[in-house]
Design a binder for this molecule. Structure first.
Ligand code: SAM
Length: 210
C-alpha cells in the first residue's frame, strides 16, 4: 500500500474508533452542516448529464456518510464506496446494506468496472507528516486514477490557500494552480467552485462538454 494512503488510513481509523459514525469520526470537526454541504457539492457532479440511477464510486468513503445523505435526499445511486480504514468499511457494510463497500487503497485497487461518476470528499485535506511536494504527487496520482475510472466525470475537494491561518498537518493547494494542472493534464471540460463558505474548493472534471 502507498505509504501516504497507509498513514491516512491509520489516522482516520483512530478517529473512527474514538468518535464512531459522526463528522468527528471522519475528522471533519463537530459541525454537521459543513459535512452535509460537502456531500451536496460532491453530488452536484451529476447535475449536468441526466441519467437514471447513475453509478457512483465514493473514494475515501469513510463510514458511508455520502451514501446516507443521498438516501435522505431520495437520490437513487448505484453506489460503491472504497476506503483504506477497515473499521469504517466494516461499519458501513453492516449498517448501509444498499451500498457496496470495499476495503482498499484507491491507488492500487484493481476495479473490474467503470463508474458514471467518481467523487472524493476529503482525501486531499490532511497531509500529516508528509512533505508538500510528495502530497502534490499523491494528489496527481489520485486525480488520474479517479478520472481513469469514470465514464462521465469526477469531483474532488481540496483545502484552499486563500486562508489566514495554516496548520502544518493540513494540505493546502492553490486553486488557480491546480485548475491549470487539471486543464492541461486531465481534461479541458472542468469547473471550479470556490464560492462556498468553507476553506476549500471543489473541482469537477468531465470527459465531454457538459
Ligand atoms: C476526511 S475523511 C472523509 C470521509 C468521507 N468521504 C466523508 O466525507 O464522510 C477521508 C477518508 O479518506 C480515506 N482515505 C485516505 N486515503 C485513501 C486512499 N488512498 N484510498 C482510499 N481511501 C482513503 C480515509 O481513510 C478517510 O476515511
Amino acid at each position: 500500500m502507498d505509504p501516504i494512503s497507509k498513514a491516512l488510513g491509520q489516522h482516520y481509523s483512530e478517529k473512527f474508533s474514538l468518535h464512531g459514525p459522526s463528522p468527528e469520526g471522519v475528522d471533519w470537526g463537530s459541525d454537521e452542516t459543513k459535512m452535509l454541504l460537502r456531500y451536496d457539492k460532491m453530488l452536484r457532479v451529476a447535475d449536468y448529464v441526466a441519467r437514471n440511477k447513475p453509478s457512483l464510486l465514493d473514494v475515501g468513503c469513510g463510514y458511508g456518510g455520502l451514501r446516507g445523505y443521498a438516501i435522505s435526499k431520495n437520490i437513487d445511486l448505484d453506489y460503491t464506496g472504497i476506503d483504506v480504514a477497515s473499521n469504517m468499511i466494516e461499519w458501513a457494510g453492516a449498517n448501509l446494506p444498499s451500498g457496496n463497500f470495499i476495503h482498499g487503497d484507491i491507488l492500487d485497487y484493481k476495479f473490474d468496472r467503470e463508474f458514471d461518476y467518481v467523487v472524493c470528499n476529503g482525501i486531499l485535506t490532511q497531509k500529516l507528516e508528509t512533505a508538500g511536494l510528495q502530497m502534490d504527487q499523491f494528489a496527481a496520482q489520485l486525480i488520474r486514477q479517479m478520472f481513469s475510472l469514470c465514464t462521465i466525470g469526477i469531483a474532488f475537494n481540496v483545502m484552499t490557500t486563500k486562508v489566514n491561518y495554516y496548520s502544518n498537518n493540513l494540505y493546502y493547494r492553490n486553486p488557480a494552480e491546480l485548475f491549470s494542472w487539471c486543464l492541461s493534464e486531465i481534461s479541458p471540460h472542468l469547473k471550479l467552485d470556490h464560492s462556498y463558505p468553507l476553506y476549500e474548493y471543489t473541482i469537477y472534471l468531465y470527459r465531454n462538454p457538459v
